[in-house]
Design a protein around this ligand. Structure first.
Ligand code: ARG
Length: 453
């Protein structure tokens, strides 16, 4: 029997139960549901709505149910609509009338909001941990790359030589912002909805502040309507994950590209590569490709919940049940993605020689020629014209740029030394630029920020 059967004259149609159930996916919340119920029992006891003995009976029953769920010996019934119903039904089976007191002053509306916030807190903690580990891995890989150089690209066209570490730290800084967002989301969502009841609180003397404290929330809700209908935290987590996914996807795209034979810049470790069922020679970057591919899901999950929310009047509406699957999906996928991606990057190797060669193409130093002229007082636009003219000449006449620079009246011997990737990355003095000095300073600051977390 469902919890609400008494109101209705005929039993629920099978089609109704099949369509409206959420047990198949909200089972995941069982730990949090029991945690919330324990706090609620303590709150009821404190309000003298349960005697001390009843409280002990209920807490023990909740422990039993916890054990059954943990060992997968819990038997779900067809009439269990969701995890809340299932737990309460079982507690009542175990301890009879005392069990029937469990739901006093509580609605599934504040209950699910509480469960979901408890879940979200632990999900945020787990993803944040994954990001922190990823960030420190990036620092190690960047440090190991030392002052080795690679070409930097714009429009996927070689642009300027940069230290590999500078490139890696760029991804690090993006994820550093993701971490900030995850932590800010945590702080904002750290509010307990328990005690809001169905929508307007309860006449029973329970104290939401007390249960908030029991559950380790920073505060209790201030408005019961808001408490049962707010799902901002779900949206925020989905956004944080989507943007983190987008960042990893961009990195992934480079890994796919740079591990091709055509580029040959990076090599994936065999334990983080896949083979082909047909083509014997294949070694594929599947982790990177799936990281790129799953981003579609993350974005879809975010959009899905936003669209669900947009038309819902206050307060609770059953539509809200649709928040869970997208949230669980993004959290679970991202948790796994972070670990796999981290393993892939930390075991990846660089073909330093090939990278240096690619970064040493003379034309990548054309801007250095122009800036040399600027230092000697030539207006930049004219200097740009001189350097571009030399590049064009060099290409058309098939003469190395170096030679043309040496022969140019405004450049000459001294300027010839500019045509060298390592020299270029040493000369960039502006802070934050792609110079070795900047990378050393960046890495220091980056590690310091990680240390202070
Ligand atoms: N399964 C529901 C959900 O996920 C729980 C709340 C049900 N509340 C209700 N009044 N029907 O939102």
């Amino acid at each position: 029997m469902t919890l609400w059967q008494s109101r209705l004259s005929s039993p629920p149609a099978d089609a109704l139960l099949a369509f409206t159930e959420s047990l198949s996916f909200d089972q995941k919340l069982w730990r949090f549901d029991i945690q919330g119920s324990r706090a609620h029992v303590l709150g009821l006891t404190r309000a003298k709505l349960l005697t001390h003995d009843e409280s002990v009976v209920l807490l023990e029953a909740l422990d039993t149910v916890y054990g059954e769920l943990e060992s997968s010996s819990f038997v779900f019934l067809a009439s269990d609509e969701d995890i809340h119903t299932a737990v309460e039904r079982r507690v009542t089976e175990l301890v009879g009338d005392v069990g029937a007191k469990l739901h006093s002053g509580r609605s599934r509306n504040d209950q699910i909001a509480t469960d979901l916030r408890l879940y979200s807190r632990s999900a945020l903690a787990e993803i944040s941990r994954g990001v922190v580990e990823f960030l420190s891995m990036i620092a190690d890989v960047a440090e190991a790359a030392g002052d080795a150089v690679m070409p930097g690209y714009t429009h996927t066209q070689r642009a300027q030589p940069v230290p590999i570490a500078h490139y890696l730290l760029a991804h690090g800084w993006a994820l550093r912002r993701d971490l900030d967002r995850l932590l800010a989301t945590f702080t904002r969502m750290d509010v307990s909805p328990l005690g809001a009841g169905a929508l307007a609180g309860t006449t029973l003397a329970i104290d939401p502040e007390f249960t908030a404290g029991e559950l380790g929330f920073a505060a209790a809700f201030l408005n019961s309507f808001d408490a049962v209908s707010d799902r901002d935290f779900v949206v925020e987590i989905l956004f944080d994950v989507a943007l983190l996914g987008v960042h990893l996807s961009r990195f992934a795209e480079e890994i796919v590209m740079f591990t091709t034979e055509e580029f040959g810049f990076f090599r994936l470790d065999d334990s983080y590569s896949t083979g082909s069922s047909m083509l014997p020679q294949k070694k594929n970057p599947d982790i990177a490709e799936l990281a790129r591919g799953k981003t579609g899901r993350y974005i879809g999950n975010l959009v899905s919940v936003l669209v669900t929310l947009k038309g819902i009047p206050l307060t609770y509406n059953r539509d809200l049940q649709e928040d869970k699957e997208p949230l669980f999906d993004s959290v679970e996928q991202m948790t796994r993605e972070l670990v796999a991606f981290q393993g892939m990057v930390s075991t990846m190797t660089f073909d330093y020689e090939r990278l240096r060669q690619a970064a040493s193409s003379e034309y990548l130093q054309a801007i250095d020629i122009a800036e040399y002229l600027v230092t000697n007082g030539v207006p930049f636009r004219r200097a740009h014209g001189v350097a571009a003219g030399l590049v064009r000449d060099s290409l058309e006449r098939r003469v190395p740029l170096r030679e043309l620079v040496g022969a140019h009246p405004q450049l000459g011997e001294e300027a010839m030394s500019l045509i060298e990737a390592d020299a270029a990355v040493r000369r960039r003095v502006a802070s934050g630029g792609a110079s070795i000095d900047s990378v050393v300073a960046q890495l220091k600051r980056y590690r310091q920020e990680l240390h202070e977390l």
